[in-house]
Design a protein around this ligand. Structure first.
Ligand code: GRF
Length: 198
């Protein structure tokens, strides 16, 4: 399959990765996962990638300088020649050492309606602020914390008596719905650009 190769970066349970994988399996998303990389050796998402028989790479980040890590990451991924890099619960901010290899081709998902509530514990931040709606965002990643052009968003209502867990659960459901759709959108845009020769 040409030009629809995805590299997945994750650090934890990997439910977004699984949702992307399932969308591909169902035939909803025309793409292939060329590698899955985790910076956390014990990440459940990495174990799942192995079970699926996908190329699974463990590249621990602990104790390694940020720029150096990103160079190592870029080197690891380069042979698989991904068209798009999808951060799926990858708990790191990427530097230019990595990003410059994939200009406009790194996606991230965040459990809030950006630009509101970037960073950690976005759902808790939303509850504490008292917003009536929150949601999730897929965006093109840059060097900032959850900044960069927005590709897709979904709104999730905050309900009376919501807890962080309950809200997170409902938002996560929507994350699983939008990530693969955002990937499809970006891949199609890339194809159109290519066709225009730009
Ligand atoms: C998701 O809420 C995602 O938005 C955030 O980290 C969480 C990762 O969940 N960036 P999972 O590992 O994909 O299950």
């Amino acid at each position: 399959m040409n030009n629809r190769r995805l590299a997945i970066l994750l650090s934890g349970r990997g439910s977004n990765f699984i949702a992307i994988h399932e969308a591909i399996q169902r035939g909803d998303l025309n793409a292939e996962i060329c590698c899955v990389v985790s910076n956390v050796p014990e990440a459940a998402g990495l174990a799942r990638a192995r079970e699926y028989g996908l190329t699974s790479i463990c590249l621990p980040s602990r104790g390694i300088d940020r720029a150096q890590y990103d160079r190592m990451l870029a080197e690891k991924i380069r042979p698989f020649n991904p068209n798009l890099v999808c951060m799926a619960g990858f708990m790191r901010i990427l530097t230019q050492e990595f990003l410059r290899e994939y200009p406009g081709r790194v996606l991230n998902i965040h459990p809030a309606l950006l630009p509101s509530f970037p960073g950690l514990h976005a759902q808790r931040q939303a509850l504490q602020y008292g917003v009536k709606v929150s949601g999730c965002t897929v965006h093109i990643a840059d060097e900032g914390v959850d900044t960069g052009p927005i590709v897709l968003q979904r709104v999730v209502e905050v309900l009376e008596g919501d807890t962080e867990e309950l809200l997170s659960e409902r938002i996560l459901k929507q994350e699983h719905e939008i990530y693969w759709r955002a990937i499809a959108l970006v891949l199609d845009r890339m194809k159109q650009k290519e066709a225009c020769g730009s």
